[in-house]
Design a protein around this ligand. Structure first.
Ligand SMILES: *[C@@H]1O[C@H](CO)[C@@H](O)[C@H](O)[C@H]1NC(C)=O
Ligand SMILES: *[C@@H]1O[C@H](CO)[C@@H](O)[C@H](O)[C@H]1NC(C)=O
Ligand SMILES: *[C@@H]1O[C@H](CO)[C@@H](O)[C@H](O)[C@H]1NC(C)=O
Length: 384
């Protein structure tokens, strides 16, 4: 498995009796342990999204009837593995208050044979691209999701989710929490030790604007627009923020050269840096809504790896879930900053979502009714 990631700069600080090897830290990327690159094809037929929204998005398109919606944006490799859980989450929600978009492999279609929940049917973008872990195609996919969701003026909040993310509350709780805040929730901090900043990016990206943080963000509409409209910073990232390839012994001496290459993980820096450059940090809650449990493995081959731990049926106990939901502050080591979790000035639990959950762990959340009531029969009328 790939996905070794040094991540020492932020840790949560609270009293949980966890084994010493476990560290809890702000999430950096849902795809870390999934690791393998996902290779997909291209298809430009386009119904859910449009590449012309940059031009057509006008003030008039911001007028909408009915309640504001949250757009749930799923960045997945093929299907949505936890669709049964999200399906129940949406079932217990109000259909006029949310929308669903999925970026999957180009050509992959969500239909009766590929999803168990009707909320996901045909919700895949039809202009999706080939995505590789740690490359700018990941940011491009996020931009495509945001662009598609901006087409609906009722979408006022945008939640980015991976295929292993789960909700920790019912729909109405999530809706009220996110909507109560006029700010985006973006984990963002000074990246002082990382060395990911490449001086060659200057002056387009000055060092003091360089930020790091979790890919799993929740945005207000104006910030989603900033991200979709940006080409300048994105092109700098495409050129100079690249993942250093892992050592490949078949390449022999070429490795020496490759390992000197600058290492950068675009999806851990792009949104944070872009919003900082636009002077928008005062409009952020600078934390992620997605909980990740980090495991610093100490094995010889993985000596500097921080792995997000995957929750299985066995360790997604009600007690564990309760502990996640009880966290009310986050400590950012590089800034000596304690983030007391708030939405619209009211103290709240920090996390609405969590990763990485296996299907078994998600099934347990469902049966414990963490996200609300569920009918077993609702699961049975669906194809395998
Ligand atoms: C949703 O969850 C909240 C908090 O856990 C609870 O107070 C509320 O009654 C639930 N709402 C529904 C509709 O189940
Ligand atoms: C935020 O809090 C203020 C003061 O408590 C309140 O008047 C306002 O309605 C709240 N905003 C939202 C969106 O809930
Ligand atoms: C942490 O990672 C190590 C090495 O990958 C693994 O052996 C261990 O089981 C993990 N711990 C937990 C609690 O997942």
């Amino acid at each position: 498995m790939a996905g070794k990631r040094r991540h020492v700069s932020t840790r949560f600080c609270f009293n949980l009796k966890l084994p010493l090897i476990l560290f809890i830290s702000v999430s950096l990327s849902c795809v870390v342990v999934l690791g393998a690159l996902f290779s997909l094809h291209c298809n430009y037929n386009n119904s859910l999204s449009s590449s012309s929204s940059r031009v057509t998005r006008s003030p008039i398109s911001r007028v909408f009837q009915g309640p504001p919606k949250i757009a749930f944006l799923f960045l997945v490799r093929r299907n949505v593995p936890l669709d049964f859980l999200w399906g129940t989450f949406f079932q217990n929600g109000d259909v006029s208050r949310f929308s669903v978009y999925v970026h999957s492999a180009p050509g992959f279609v969500l239909d009766d044979s590929t999803t168990r929940s009707h909320f996901f049917k045909s919700r895949q973008l039809t202009n999706s691209i080939q995505v590789s872990w740690g490359e700018s195609s990941m940011i491009q996919a996020e931009k495509l999701l945001l662009e598609a969701a901006l087409e609906d003026p009722a979408n006022q909040r945008f939640v980015l989710l991976s295929d292993s993310c789960v909700p920790l509350y019912n729909f109405s709780y999530v809706y009220d929490y996110v909507m109560a805040s006029p700010r985006s929730f973006v984990d963002s901090f000074l990246d002082v030790k990382g060395g990911r900043y490449n001086p060659i990016m200057s002056p387009k990206i000055p060092r003091e604007k360089w930020r790091k943080g979790s890919q799993w963000i929740t945005l207000v509409r104006s910030h989603a627009e900033v991200i979709v409209d940006d080409d300048v910073i994105f092109s700098v990232f495409k050129k100079y923020c690249k993942r250093r390839p892992p050592i490949d012994f078949r390449k022999g001496k070429l490795n020496l050269k490759l390992q000197k290459q600058h290492n950068c993980i675009p999806d851990e820096h792009y949104v944070q840096t872009l919003l900082a450059m636009h002077g928008l940090e005062a409009e952020l809650e600078r934390r992620s809504l997605t909980y990740t449990l980090w495991n610093q493995s100490a094995t010889r081959t993985e000596h500097k790896g921080w792995h997000p731990m995957t929750f299985s049926y066995a360790n997604a106990s009600p007690q564990r879930i309760k502990e996640m939901k009880g966290i009310n502050h986050v400590y950012y080591e590089t800034e000596y900053r304690t983030e007391w979790c708030r939405t619209n000035s009211t103290s709240v639990p920090c996390f609405l979502f969590a990763r990485k959950f296996s299907q078994g762990a998600a099934m347990r959340l469902l049966s414990e009714e963490v996200i609300g009531h569920f009918e077993i029969s609702a699961m049975l009328d669906t194809p395998p």
